[in-house]
Design a binder for this molecule. Structure first.
Ligand code: ATP
Ligand code: MG
Length: 253
């Protein structure tokens, strides 16, 4: 049984905009799967449908064979997931440690145990004790990303969802965060689903990559096979991404 299954998922918005037009995809247990696609192609909508924030029009999404629409089992379904949001979504009025305690409080644990878990997770993502009592605005973007990851794993999820995990970070910090995400996926043994438009992030985190275009998954495979996939969209995406990489290398010189 696959960990996550998308079955012919359709989603449109008022005015007739058809964003998801038959998405089918299987993510296996313990896999790091990437959904790669252009800006505006529906990646965030897909993530919102997966987490039940947005209802699908037709088709189904299953996690461990539980449907996103199964009201009786919705708690069981939702507890499987934890999201690292694009904008980190830390609570500004809470200290870093309290943000992570909040994550830990999703499980039935007492106060001192929650604090212990929070400290453990913060140290695991490489944050030092001196930042525990600071507020999000007082730490750098890279540190905020680490804190948000600590909060996400404090829930002890089976599935980690990463929404554009490196957006807003400089290339060096982005690389460090990608390393941290990879280590985290491996050490926790979770299933991970990352959505991104950045081929370098996809290449680094992949077990497999799926390309989303015009509302469908048009190809699934490894980054190294994109160039000769025989699919025009996939080959163009690969070529365009490499042109950008070369341009940034030139600018950086
Ligand atoms: N609540 C909504 N109501 C109407 N249209 C929406 C809504 N949410 C998303 N859309 C539309 O769906 C399309 C896909 O949006 P989505 O945010 O999923 O793109 P994306 O692939 O995540 O893009 P990016 O890479 O820029 O984050 C866009 O045209 C967007 O305007
Ligand atoms: Mg998005």
């Amino acid at each position: 049984m696959s960990k996550i299954v998308f079955e012919d998922v359709h989603k449109s918005f008022d005015g007739g905009l058809r964003v998801l037009n038959g998405v089918s995809l299987k993510v296996e247990k313990g896999e790091s799967h990437i959904i790669l696609g252009r800006s505006g192609c529906g990646k965030s909508v897909l993530l919102k449908c997966l987490t039940g924030i947005m209802p699908v029009d037709s088709g189904d999404i299953l996690a461990d064979d539980i449907s996103v629409g199964d009201k009786k089992r919705s708690k069981e379904y939702l507890q499987k997931f934890s999201i690292l949001f694009q904008g980190n979504a830390l609570f500004d009025s809470m200290t870093i440690i309290d943000n992570v305690v909040f994550g830990a409080s999703q499980k039935n644990k007492d106060k001192s145990e929650r604090r212990k878990i929070a400290e453990e997770k913060l140290l695991a993502v490489g944050l030092e004790k001196r930042v525990f009592d600071l507020y999000p605005a007082e730490i750098s973007g890279g540190m905020q990303k680490r804190a948000a990851l600590a909060r996400a794993i404090a829930v002890e999820p089976e599935i980690l969802l990463f929404d554009e995990p490196t957006s807003g970070l400089d290339p060096v910090t982005a690389g460090i965060i990608c390393n941290l995400l990879k280590e985290t996926i491996k050490s926790l043994g979770v299933t991970a689903l990352t959505i991104t438009h950045d081929l370098r992030v996809a290449e680094f985190l992949e077990d497999r990559i799926s390309l989303l275009n015009e509302g469908r998954i048009v190809w699934t495979g490894h980054a190294r096979d994109m160039e000769n996939s025989g699919n025009q969209f996939v080959e163009n995406f690969h070529r365009a991404s490499n042109v950008i990489t070369q341009r940034s290398a030139i600018t950086a010189e």
